[in-house]
Design a protein around this ligand. Sequence first.
Ligand code: SF4
Length: 454
Amino acid sequence: MTLERAPGSFGAAVRTALADPHMQEMLDVGTARLHEHRLVAWDSLEKTDGLRETARRIRTRTIARLDEHLDGFASAVESRGGKVAFCRTAEEANEYIVSVCRNAGTELVVKSKSMASEEIELNAALEAAGIDPVETDLGEYLLQLGGKHPAHIIAPAIELTREEVTRLLSEVEGRPVEPELRALTAAARRQLREKFLTAGVGITGANFGVAETGSIVLVTNEGNARLTSSIPRIHIALMGMERIVPTTAELAVLLQLLGRSGTGQPLTVYTTVASPKQPGDDGPDELHVVILDNGRSNLLGGDYQEMLNCIRCGACLNVCPVYRRAGGNAYGPVYSGPMGAVLVPLLVGLGNAPDLPHASSLCGACANACPVKIPLPDLLLDLRRDLVGRKIASRRERIAFSLWSIVWSRPSLYRLSTRVARLGQRIGRGRGPARAWSAGRVLPSLGKRYRDRR
Ligand code: SF4
Protein backbone atom coordinates (compact mmCIF):
# COMPACT_ATOMS: atom_id res chain seq x y z
CA MET A 1 0.00 0.00 0.00
CA THR A 2 1.45 3.29 -1.01
CA LEU A 3 -1.04 5.94 0.08
CA GLU A 4 -0.07 6.38 3.73
CA ARG A 5 0.37 9.93 4.94
CA ALA A 6 2.27 11.60 7.73
CA PRO A 7 -0.09 12.94 10.43
CA GLY A 8 -0.64 16.67 10.03
CA SER A 9 0.56 16.65 6.45
CA PHE A 10 -2.76 18.04 5.17
CA GLY A 11 -2.44 21.22 7.23
CA ALA A 12 1.17 21.74 6.17
CA ALA A 13 0.36 21.19 2.49
CA VAL A 14 -2.60 23.57 2.67
CA ARG A 15 -0.45 26.31 4.13
CA THR A 16 1.98 25.88 1.22
CA ALA A 17 -0.88 25.95 -1.30
CA LEU A 18 -2.43 29.07 0.24
CA ALA A 19 0.89 30.88 0.06
CA ASP A 20 1.20 30.15 -3.66
CA PRO A 21 -0.85 32.71 -5.66
CA HIS A 22 -0.21 30.88 -8.99
CA MET A 23 -1.60 27.65 -7.63
CA GLN A 24 -4.61 29.46 -6.19
CA GLU A 25 -5.32 31.07 -9.53
CA MET A 26 -4.92 27.82 -11.48
CA LEU A 27 -7.19 25.98 -9.05
CA ASP A 28 -9.82 28.71 -9.28
CA VAL A 29 -9.79 28.83 -13.05
CA GLY A 30 -9.57 25.05 -13.58
CA THR A 31 -12.25 23.99 -11.13
CA ALA A 32 -14.62 26.83 -12.07
CA ARG A 33 -14.36 25.90 -15.75
CA LEU A 34 -15.09 22.21 -15.12
CA HIS A 35 -17.92 23.09 -12.75
CA GLU A 36 -19.56 25.50 -15.20
CA HIS A 37 -19.30 22.98 -18.05
CA ARG A 38 -20.92 20.38 -15.81
CA LEU A 39 -23.84 22.66 -15.02
CA VAL A 40 -24.44 23.37 -18.72
CA ALA A 41 -24.22 19.66 -19.61
CA TRP A 42 -26.68 18.71 -16.90
CA ASP A 43 -29.06 21.50 -17.88
CA SER A 44 -29.35 20.00 -21.34
CA LEU A 45 -30.52 16.72 -19.88
CA GLU A 46 -34.09 16.00 -18.93
CA LYS A 47 -34.97 14.14 -15.75
CA THR A 48 -31.53 14.67 -14.25
CA ASP A 49 -32.38 13.33 -10.86
CA GLY A 50 -34.04 10.24 -12.31
CA LEU A 51 -30.84 9.40 -14.17
CA ARG A 52 -28.70 9.90 -11.06
CA GLU A 53 -31.06 7.68 -9.10
CA THR A 54 -30.88 4.99 -11.80
CA ALA A 55 -27.07 5.21 -11.72
CA ARG A 56 -27.02 4.99 -7.94
CA ARG A 57 -29.15 1.84 -8.09
CA ILE A 58 -26.93 0.28 -10.77
CA ARG A 59 -23.80 0.89 -8.73
CA THR A 60 -25.35 -0.24 -5.45
CA ARG A 61 -26.74 -3.44 -7.00
CA THR A 62 -23.44 -4.21 -8.68
CA ILE A 63 -21.31 -3.72 -5.58
CA ALA A 64 -23.75 -5.81 -3.50
CA ARG A 65 -22.98 -8.78 -5.76
CA LEU A 66 -19.47 -7.82 -6.75
CA ASP A 67 -17.94 -11.30 -6.44
CA GLU A 68 -20.53 -12.73 -8.82
CA HIS A 69 -19.99 -9.97 -11.38
CA LEU A 70 -16.21 -10.25 -11.12
CA ASP A 71 -16.43 -13.99 -11.77
CA GLY A 72 -18.67 -13.35 -14.76
CA PHE A 73 -16.28 -10.71 -16.09
CA ALA A 74 -13.21 -12.94 -15.66
CA SER A 75 -14.94 -15.89 -17.40
CA ALA A 76 -15.98 -13.65 -20.29
CA VAL A 77 -12.42 -12.30 -20.73
CA GLU A 78 -10.84 -15.77 -20.52
CA SER A 79 -13.36 -17.43 -22.80
CA ARG A 80 -12.25 -14.98 -25.52
CA GLY A 81 -8.55 -15.63 -24.98
CA GLY A 82 -7.62 -12.88 -22.49
CA LYS A 83 -5.83 -13.40 -19.19
CA VAL A 84 -7.08 -12.20 -15.81
CA ALA A 85 -4.99 -11.73 -12.67
CA PHE A 86 -6.68 -11.00 -9.34
CA CYS A 87 -4.19 -9.09 -7.17
CA ARG A 88 -4.82 -8.52 -3.48
CA THR A 89 -2.07 -5.96 -2.99
CA ALA A 90 -0.15 -3.26 -4.83
CA GLU A 91 2.95 -5.46 -4.72
CA GLU A 92 1.16 -8.40 -6.38
CA ALA A 93 -0.19 -6.15 -9.13
CA ASN A 94 3.22 -4.58 -9.77
CA GLU A 95 4.89 -7.98 -9.84
CA TYR A 96 2.41 -9.34 -12.36
CA ILE A 97 2.69 -6.32 -14.67
CA VAL A 98 6.49 -6.27 -14.50
CA SER A 99 6.59 -10.00 -15.30
CA VAL A 100 4.40 -9.53 -18.39
CA CYS A 101 6.66 -6.70 -19.59
CA ARG A 102 9.78 -8.75 -18.94
CA ASN A 103 8.38 -11.76 -20.81
CA ALA A 104 7.62 -9.44 -23.70
CA GLY A 105 11.28 -8.39 -23.68
CA THR A 106 10.38 -4.70 -23.80
CA GLU A 107 12.25 -1.82 -22.23
CA LEU A 108 9.58 0.76 -23.08
CA VAL A 109 5.89 0.83 -22.19
CA VAL A 110 3.31 3.50 -22.96
CA LYS A 111 0.64 4.26 -20.40
CA SER A 112 -2.66 6.03 -20.49
CA LYS A 113 -4.03 7.76 -17.38
CA SER A 114 -4.79 5.35 -14.57
CA MET A 115 -5.29 6.45 -10.98
CA ALA A 116 -4.97 2.80 -9.92
CA SER A 117 -1.45 2.76 -11.38
CA GLU A 118 -0.63 5.89 -9.35
CA GLU A 119 -2.07 4.14 -6.30
CA ILE A 120 0.28 1.17 -6.64
CA GLU A 121 3.24 3.28 -7.81
CA LEU A 122 3.54 1.23 -10.94
CA ASN A 123 5.99 3.58 -12.64
CA ALA A 124 8.50 3.16 -9.82
CA ALA A 125 8.15 -0.64 -10.01
CA LEU A 126 8.69 -0.62 -13.77
CA GLU A 127 11.69 1.69 -13.52
CA ALA A 128 13.21 -0.52 -10.82
CA ALA A 129 12.94 -3.41 -13.30
CA GLY A 130 14.73 -1.40 -16.00
CA ILE A 131 11.56 -0.65 -17.97
CA ASP A 132 10.80 2.92 -19.06
CA PRO A 133 7.12 3.88 -18.58
CA VAL A 134 5.92 6.87 -20.60
CA GLU A 135 2.65 8.58 -19.70
CA THR A 136 0.65 9.53 -22.80
CA ASP A 137 -2.21 11.56 -21.34
CA LEU A 138 -0.99 15.10 -21.97
CA GLY A 139 -1.46 16.22 -18.36
CA GLU A 140 0.17 13.08 -16.98
CA TYR A 141 3.03 13.37 -19.47
CA LEU A 142 3.76 16.91 -18.30
CA LEU A 143 3.60 15.84 -14.67
CA GLN A 144 5.97 12.97 -15.38
CA LEU A 145 8.42 15.38 -17.03
CA GLY A 146 8.19 17.67 -14.02
CA GLY A 147 8.43 14.83 -11.48
CA LYS A 148 5.01 15.67 -10.01
CA HIS A 149 1.88 13.76 -8.99
CA PRO A 150 -1.61 14.32 -10.40
CA ALA A 151 -3.53 17.00 -8.53
CA HIS A 152 -6.99 16.13 -9.89
CA ILE A 153 -8.43 12.79 -10.97
CA ILE A 154 -9.81 14.19 -14.23
CA ALA A 155 -7.49 17.13 -14.91
CA PRO A 156 -4.22 15.87 -13.45
CA ALA A 157 -2.14 18.90 -14.39
CA ILE A 158 -4.74 21.45 -13.26
CA GLU A 159 -2.12 23.33 -11.25
CA LEU A 160 0.44 23.72 -14.07
CA THR A 161 0.81 27.15 -15.69
CA ARG A 162 1.39 27.74 -19.41
CA GLU A 163 4.96 28.84 -18.59
CA GLU A 164 5.70 25.56 -16.83
CA VAL A 165 4.21 23.55 -19.71
CA THR A 166 6.30 25.49 -22.21
CA ARG A 167 9.47 24.95 -20.21
CA LEU A 168 8.88 21.20 -19.79
CA LEU A 169 8.14 20.56 -23.47
CA SER A 170 11.02 22.80 -24.61
CA GLU A 171 13.47 20.80 -22.51
CA VAL A 172 12.49 17.59 -24.32
CA GLU A 173 12.56 19.29 -27.72
CA GLY A 174 16.00 20.69 -26.99
CA ARG A 175 14.85 24.09 -28.31
CA PRO A 176 12.30 26.70 -27.26
CA VAL A 177 8.69 25.87 -28.12
CA GLU A 178 6.27 28.75 -28.76
CA PRO A 179 4.05 29.20 -25.71
CA GLU A 180 0.97 28.83 -27.92
CA LEU A 181 -1.60 26.07 -27.56
CA ARG A 182 -1.13 24.71 -31.06
CA ALA A 183 2.69 24.68 -30.84
CA LEU A 184 2.64 23.07 -27.41
CA THR A 185 0.21 20.37 -28.51
CA ALA A 186 2.24 19.70 -31.64
CA ALA A 187 5.42 19.31 -29.57
CA ALA A 188 3.76 16.84 -27.19
CA ARG A 189 2.30 14.91 -30.11
CA ARG A 190 5.71 14.68 -31.81
CA GLN A 191 7.37 13.49 -28.62
CA LEU A 192 4.72 10.87 -27.84
CA ARG A 193 4.08 9.50 -31.32
CA GLU A 194 7.48 7.85 -31.47
CA LYS A 195 6.84 6.21 -28.08
CA PHE A 196 3.54 4.70 -29.24
CA LEU A 197 5.24 3.21 -32.27
CA THR A 198 8.15 1.62 -30.39
CA ALA A 199 6.66 0.48 -27.06
CA GLY A 200 6.29 -3.27 -26.59
CA VAL A 201 3.46 -3.02 -24.05
CA GLY A 202 0.58 -0.58 -23.57
CA ILE A 203 -0.80 -0.16 -20.06
CA THR A 204 -4.19 1.42 -19.49
CA GLY A 205 -6.55 1.77 -16.58
CA ALA A 206 -10.21 0.83 -16.99
CA ASN A 207 -13.13 3.16 -16.49
CA PHE A 208 -15.35 0.12 -16.51
CA GLY A 209 -15.15 -3.63 -17.11
CA VAL A 210 -18.34 -5.05 -18.62
CA ALA A 211 -19.17 -8.43 -17.07
CA GLU A 212 -21.54 -9.42 -19.88
CA THR A 213 -18.93 -9.12 -22.63
CA GLY A 214 -15.57 -9.19 -20.86
CA SER A 215 -14.70 -5.78 -22.34
CA ILE A 216 -12.60 -2.99 -20.94
CA VAL A 217 -14.05 0.49 -21.43
CA LEU A 218 -11.72 3.48 -21.65
CA VAL A 219 -12.81 7.08 -21.98
CA THR A 220 -10.46 9.90 -22.94
CA ASN A 221 -10.54 13.19 -24.77
CA GLU A 222 -7.15 12.78 -26.41
CA GLY A 223 -7.42 9.33 -27.95
CA ASN A 224 -4.26 8.25 -26.18
CA ALA A 225 -5.93 5.29 -24.44
CA ARG A 226 -7.06 4.04 -27.84
CA LEU A 227 -3.50 4.19 -29.18
CA THR A 228 -2.07 2.66 -25.99
CA SER A 229 -4.51 -0.24 -26.12
CA SER A 230 -4.20 -0.92 -29.83
CA ILE A 231 -0.68 -0.27 -31.17
CA PRO A 232 1.67 -2.23 -28.84
CA ARG A 233 1.60 -6.01 -29.18
CA ILE A 234 0.45 -6.47 -25.57
CA HIS A 235 -2.26 -4.57 -23.72
CA ILE A 236 -2.41 -4.65 -19.92
CA ALA A 237 -5.49 -3.08 -18.30
CA LEU A 238 -5.28 -2.33 -14.59
CA MET A 239 -8.74 -2.11 -13.04
CA GLY A 240 -9.89 -1.48 -9.48
CA MET A 241 -12.14 -4.39 -8.53
CA GLU A 242 -15.16 -2.10 -8.09
CA ARG A 243 -15.13 -0.80 -11.67
CA ILE A 244 -17.39 -3.58 -12.91
CA VAL A 245 -20.68 -2.90 -14.67
CA PRO A 246 -22.87 -5.93 -15.38
CA THR A 247 -24.27 -5.12 -18.84
CA THR A 248 -23.75 -2.81 -21.79
CA ALA A 249 -27.21 -1.31 -21.14
CA GLU A 250 -26.10 -0.27 -17.65
CA LEU A 251 -22.80 0.96 -19.05
CA ALA A 252 -24.75 3.32 -21.33
CA VAL A 253 -26.34 4.97 -18.27
CA LEU A 254 -23.03 5.42 -16.47
CA LEU A 255 -21.25 6.79 -19.54
CA GLN A 256 -23.88 9.54 -19.86
CA LEU A 257 -23.09 10.59 -16.32
CA LEU A 258 -19.33 10.21 -16.40
CA GLY A 259 -18.70 12.66 -19.25
CA ARG A 260 -21.28 15.18 -18.05
CA SER A 261 -20.02 15.14 -14.47
CA GLY A 262 -16.30 15.06 -15.22
CA THR A 263 -15.77 17.49 -18.07
CA GLY A 264 -19.28 18.68 -18.91
CA GLN A 265 -19.48 16.70 -22.14
CA PRO A 266 -22.49 14.58 -23.17
CA LEU A 267 -19.90 11.90 -23.93
CA THR A 268 -16.13 12.06 -23.89
CA VAL A 269 -14.51 12.37 -27.31
CA TYR A 270 -13.17 8.80 -27.39
CA THR A 271 -14.93 5.83 -25.83
CA THR A 272 -12.91 2.70 -26.49
CA VAL A 273 -14.26 -0.79 -25.85
CA ALA A 274 -11.35 -3.23 -25.84
CA SER A 275 -11.78 -6.99 -25.91
CA PRO A 276 -9.36 -9.88 -26.51
CA LYS A 277 -8.39 -10.13 -30.16
CA GLN A 278 -10.42 -12.57 -32.26
CA PRO A 279 -9.33 -14.18 -35.57
CA GLY A 280 -9.31 -11.52 -38.26
CA ASP A 281 -9.16 -8.62 -35.75
CA ASP A 282 -6.49 -5.94 -35.62
CA GLY A 283 -4.89 -5.01 -32.35
CA PRO A 284 -2.69 -6.49 -29.63
CA ASP A 285 -2.03 -10.22 -29.55
CA GLU A 286 -2.46 -10.38 -25.78
CA LEU A 287 -4.86 -8.73 -23.33
CA HIS A 288 -4.08 -9.00 -19.61
CA VAL A 289 -6.61 -7.63 -17.14
CA VAL A 290 -5.20 -6.98 -13.67
CA ILE A 291 -8.00 -6.68 -11.11
CA LEU A 292 -6.82 -4.77 -8.08
CA ASP A 293 -8.14 -5.16 -4.54
CA ASN A 294 -5.57 -3.24 -2.44
CA GLY A 295 -7.94 -2.66 0.48
CA ARG A 296 -11.20 -2.32 -1.45
CA SER A 297 -12.66 -5.63 -0.28
CA ASN A 298 -12.41 -4.40 3.33
CA LEU A 299 -15.23 -2.00 2.51
CA LEU A 300 -17.61 -4.73 1.35
CA GLY A 301 -20.47 -5.39 3.74
CA GLY A 302 -19.43 -2.49 6.01
CA ASP A 303 -20.64 1.06 6.75
CA TYR A 304 -18.56 2.49 3.91
CA GLN A 305 -19.47 0.10 1.09
CA GLU A 306 -21.19 2.93 -0.77
CA MET A 307 -17.82 4.53 -1.44
CA LEU A 308 -17.16 1.71 -3.89
CA ASN A 309 -19.96 3.19 -6.03
CA CYS A 310 -17.62 6.03 -7.06
CA ILE A 311 -17.07 6.28 -10.82
CA ARG A 312 -14.14 8.73 -10.46
CA CYS A 313 -15.78 11.58 -12.33
CA GLY A 314 -14.12 14.33 -10.28
CA ALA A 315 -17.27 16.45 -9.91
CA CYS A 316 -17.01 16.52 -6.12
CA LEU A 317 -13.52 18.04 -6.33
CA ASN A 318 -14.63 20.95 -8.50
CA VAL A 319 -17.35 22.09 -6.10
CA CYS A 320 -15.45 21.53 -2.87
CA PRO A 321 -14.37 24.81 -1.20
CA VAL A 322 -11.58 22.99 0.61
CA TYR A 323 -10.15 21.31 -2.51
CA ARG A 324 -10.39 24.59 -4.41
CA ARG A 325 -8.00 26.20 -1.94
CA ALA A 326 -5.91 23.23 -0.84
CA GLY A 327 -5.23 21.64 -4.25
CA GLY A 328 -4.84 17.97 -4.94
CA ASN A 329 -1.43 17.27 -3.49
CA ALA A 330 -2.54 18.25 0.01
CA TYR A 331 -4.53 15.00 0.12
CA GLY A 332 -1.60 12.84 -0.90
CA PRO A 333 -0.26 11.56 -4.19
CA VAL A 334 -3.40 10.06 -5.75
CA TYR A 335 -7.01 10.63 -4.68
CA SER A 336 -8.04 14.11 -3.60
CA GLY A 337 -11.05 16.26 -2.81
CA PRO A 338 -14.05 14.86 -0.96
CA MET A 339 -13.77 11.44 -2.61
CA GLY A 340 -10.11 11.23 -1.58
CA ALA A 341 -10.86 12.42 1.94
CA VAL A 342 -13.18 9.44 2.31
CA LEU A 343 -11.44 6.83 0.19
CA VAL A 344 -7.82 7.20 1.28
CA PRO A 345 -8.45 6.57 5.01
CA LEU A 346 -10.59 3.59 4.06
CA LEU A 347 -7.88 2.10 1.87
CA VAL A 348 -4.90 2.73 4.13
CA GLY A 349 -6.57 2.63 7.54
CA LEU A 350 -7.89 5.63 9.46
CA GLY A 351 -4.78 5.79 11.63
CA ASN A 352 -2.63 6.35 8.54
CA ALA A 353 -4.65 9.33 7.27
CA PRO A 354 -6.30 10.84 10.37
CA ASP A 355 -6.39 14.40 9.04
CA LEU A 356 -8.31 13.67 5.84
CA PRO A 357 -11.82 13.22 7.32
CA HIS A 358 -11.43 16.78 8.61
CA ALA A 359 -10.54 18.13 5.16
CA SER A 360 -14.11 19.27 4.53
CA SER A 361 -16.44 22.06 5.50
CA LEU A 362 -19.36 19.60 5.30
CA CYS A 363 -21.26 22.10 3.13
CA GLY A 364 -22.84 19.26 1.14
CA ALA A 365 -21.88 20.56 -2.33
CA CYS A 366 -20.04 17.32 -3.09
CA ALA A 367 -23.08 15.13 -2.39
CA ASN A 368 -25.23 17.37 -4.60
CA ALA A 369 -22.72 17.09 -7.43
CA CYS A 370 -22.11 13.36 -7.20
CA PRO A 371 -23.77 11.59 -10.15
CA VAL A 372 -24.21 8.38 -8.16
CA LYS A 373 -25.40 10.19 -5.05
CA ILE A 374 -22.71 9.08 -2.63
CA PRO A 375 -23.46 10.82 0.70
CA LEU A 376 -19.88 12.08 1.09
CA PRO A 377 -20.51 14.45 4.06
CA ASP A 378 -22.24 11.63 5.97
CA LEU A 379 -19.30 9.32 5.31
CA LEU A 380 -16.86 12.01 6.45
CA LEU A 381 -18.83 12.48 9.65
CA ASP A 382 -18.85 8.72 10.20
CA LEU A 383 -15.08 8.65 9.76
CA ARG A 384 -14.70 11.48 12.28
CA ARG A 385 -16.87 9.52 14.70
CA ASP A 386 -14.68 6.47 14.14
CA LEU A 387 -11.58 8.56 14.80
CA VAL A 388 -12.97 9.52 18.18
CA GLY A 389 -14.37 6.04 18.89
CA ARG A 390 -11.07 4.38 18.11
CA LYS A 391 -9.22 7.06 20.05
CA ILE A 392 -7.29 8.06 16.96
CA ALA A 393 -8.32 11.70 17.42
CA SER A 394 -5.82 13.75 19.37
CA ARG A 395 -6.12 13.84 23.18
CA ARG A 396 -6.84 17.60 23.02
CA GLU A 397 -9.66 17.06 20.54
CA ARG A 398 -11.22 14.30 22.60
CA ILE A 399 -11.17 16.40 25.79
CA ALA A 400 -12.60 19.41 23.92
CA PHE A 401 -15.49 17.44 22.44
CA SER A 402 -16.26 15.70 25.77
CA LEU A 403 -16.45 19.10 27.50
CA TRP A 404 -18.56 20.51 24.66
CA SER A 405 -20.97 17.60 24.96
CA ILE A 406 -21.33 18.10 28.75
CA VAL A 407 -21.82 21.86 28.50
CA TRP A 408 -24.26 21.92 25.59
CA SER A 409 -26.48 19.20 26.98
CA ARG A 410 -27.33 21.35 30.06
CA PRO A 411 -29.42 24.54 29.44
CA SER A 412 -27.82 26.58 32.25
CA LEU A 413 -24.29 25.71 31.11
CA TYR A 414 -25.26 26.28 27.49
CA ARG A 415 -26.50 29.82 28.37
CA LEU A 416 -23.36 30.52 30.34
CA SER A 417 -21.16 29.28 27.45
CA THR A 418 -22.88 31.55 24.90
CA ARG A 419 -22.44 34.56 27.23
CA VAL A 420 -18.75 33.76 27.57
CA ALA A 421 -18.48 33.27 23.80
CA ARG A 422 -20.12 36.67 23.15
CA LEU A 423 -17.71 38.31 25.54
CA GLY A 424 -14.79 36.44 23.98
CA GLN A 425 -15.90 37.48 20.50
CA ARG A 426 -15.90 41.16 21.55
CA ILE A 427 -12.56 41.26 23.31
CA GLY A 428 -10.68 38.42 21.67
CA ARG A 429 -11.08 39.30 17.99
CA GLY A 430 -7.89 38.34 16.16
CA ARG A 431 -6.24 36.99 19.30
CA GLY A 432 -5.95 33.76 21.22
CA PRO A 433 -6.01 30.11 20.07
CA ALA A 434 -8.75 30.71 17.47
CA ARG A 435 -6.72 33.37 15.68
CA ALA A 436 -5.55 31.09 12.87
CA TRP A 437 -9.03 29.65 12.40
CA SER A 438 -10.74 33.02 12.27
CA ALA A 439 -8.08 34.71 10.15
CA GLY A 440 -9.69 33.71 6.83
CA ARG A 441 -13.31 33.76 7.98
CA VAL A 442 -15.94 36.38 8.70
CA LEU A 443 -17.76 35.22 11.79
CA PRO A 444 -21.38 36.17 12.31
CA SER A 445 -22.04 37.93 15.60
CA LEU A 446 -23.46 35.66 18.21
CA GLY A 447 -27.11 36.39 19.15
CA LYS A 448 -27.68 38.90 21.93
CA ARG A 449 -29.38 36.71 24.44
CA TYR A 450 -30.37 33.11 24.42
CA ARG A 451 -33.77 34.16 25.78
CA ASP A 452 -34.36 36.53 22.84
CA ARG A 453 -34.23 33.60 20.42
CA ARG A 454 -36.95 31.58 22.11
S1 SF4 B 1 -17.54 10.60 -5.20
FE1 SF4 B 1 -19.12 10.99 -6.74
S2 SF4 B 1 -18.62 13.03 -7.53
FE2 SF4 B 1 -16.80 12.32 -6.43
S3 SF4 B 1 -15.53 11.33 -8.01
FE3 SF4 B 1 -16.79 9.72 -7.10
S4 SF4 B 1 -18.60 9.59 -8.41
FE4 SF4 B 1 -17.61 11.54 -8.88
